[in-house]
Design a protein around this ligand. Structure first.
Ligand code: IPM
Ligand code: MN
Length: 365
């Protein structure tokens, strides 16, 4: 088996002027992005870095007006940026799937952002739905494969609309795609240097083709990381452990579909969608950072949505750019707010408006 080269996670990108592409998107996306940019601006002043932004209006409304999604020339333009900062996509006026595949998945695939990195970190036990769990119990990271699996869009209808209709949806897993994801996860676990434990989350007992490939690749790559402890959990059991013993996890690596599902549960145990951030990472290219909750249409324009997930996504973006101190400072400012002033992390119940939360994070910075 030919070996892939080791992925470097150490960013030495720091430069004099970062180019950041902004995609506010749909629903509450623009509102949370505005607060993230407010915090970014304050962090830049404090830590002495500079950046320029350009807004891209990929959204459901633009699609309804122009029929346009993300085209190849848009992708070429975005490749000129250091990072992308995204609010949310999904518009109830557009049939489900069009914006999601035409904007979000299109960007992930076209920019080869093959990792979806989703930290699950509890900042205040008051916001945890689990009994007796403390911040030290819930602090792990999910490395979700972000370019293959069931998301590849492979499949077909046969005899569509008839009584004999068959629909197939194929999980597509390449050795290269699986290996680069697993390698990233091992490197990440080593660099995180917490418990140095990596859990493969799969379904080897039923999905015997895909998960055989994953398990074999995992075992082979593991030999190169003797300092990392490895573990395996079926995906159904993983959801059980998230609730029962989340303290068992350090880093989890899984495929696209399982990663999608378990990270929604992860978001809930860390306090909800209001605080959950993620990064779509291409370690050699342009990465994209986003709050993982959706566009929350029913809260649009009301100034009630929680922007902390978007603010945490901005912190992840800064870390990716090499501005580690600024990233840490934003996280600390969020921790301070979440440990004291804020009543709830849910939209409309925070005791503050969206813009006030942004102001408070700036104040804590
Ligand atoms: C997410 C979302 C997306 C996904 C959708 C909107 C395509 O649920 O980022 O988790 O399934 O990956
Ligand atoms: Mn999801």
């Amino acid at each position: 088996m030919s070996r892939q080269s080791v992925i470097s996670l150490d960013k030495t990108k720091r430069c004099s002027m970062y180019k950041i592409a902004i995609i506010p998107g749909d629903g509450t996306g623009p509102e949370v992005v505005r607060e993230g940019l407010k915090v970014l601006n304050a962090a830049a002043k404090k830590f002495g870095f500079k950046y320029e932004t350009k807004e891209f209006d990929f959204s459901g409304q633009r699609y309804l007006k122009t029929g346009k999604l993300v085209g190849d020339s848009d992708v070429a333009e975005l490749k000129k940026y250091d990072v992308i900062y995204l609010g949310a996509v999904g518009d109830p006026d557009v049939k489900p799937g069009i914006i999601e595949t035409g904007v979000l998945l299109k960007l992930r695939f076209a920019l080869d952002q093959y990792i979806n990195l989703r930290p699950v970190k509890l900042y205040n036990s008051n916001f945890c739905p689990l009994k007796d769990k403390k911040p030290e119990d819930i602090d792990f990271v999910v490395v979700r494969e972000n370019s293959e699996g069931l998301y590849k869009g492979m499949g077909e209808f046969k005899d569509k609309g008839t009584a004999n209709e068959v629909a197939t949806q194929i999980s597509y897993n390449t050795r290269k795609g699986v290996e680069r994801c697993i390698r990233y996860a091992f490197e990440y676990t080593r660099k995180r240097n917490k418990r140095k434990k990596l859990t493969l989350c799969g379904k080897t007992n039923v999905l015997t083709f895909a998960w055989d490939l994953w398990q074999r690749t995992f075992n082979e790559v593991a030999k190169e990381y003797p300092d990392v402890t490895t573990d395996y959990a079926h995906v159904d059991a993983t959801t059980m452990w998230f609730v029962k013993n989340p303290e068992w996890f350090d880093v989890i690596v899984t495929d696209n579909m399982f990663g999608d599902i378990i990270t929604d549960l992860g978001a809930m145990i860390q306090g909800g969608m209001g605080i959950a951030a993620g990064g779509n990472i291409n370690p050699q290219g342009v990465s994209m950072f986003e709050p993982i909750g959706g566009s929350a249409p029913k809260y649009t324009g009301k100034n009630v949505i929680n922007p902390l997930a978007a603010i945490c996504a901005a912190a992840m973006m800064l870390e990716n750019l090499g501005e580690v101190k600024a990233a840490q400072a934003i996280e600390n400012a969020v921790i301070k707010l979440v440990s004291g002033e804020i009543k709830s992390l849910a939209a409309g119940k925070m005791g503050y408006s969206t813009t006030e939360i942004g102001d408070l994070v700036v104040k804590n910075l």
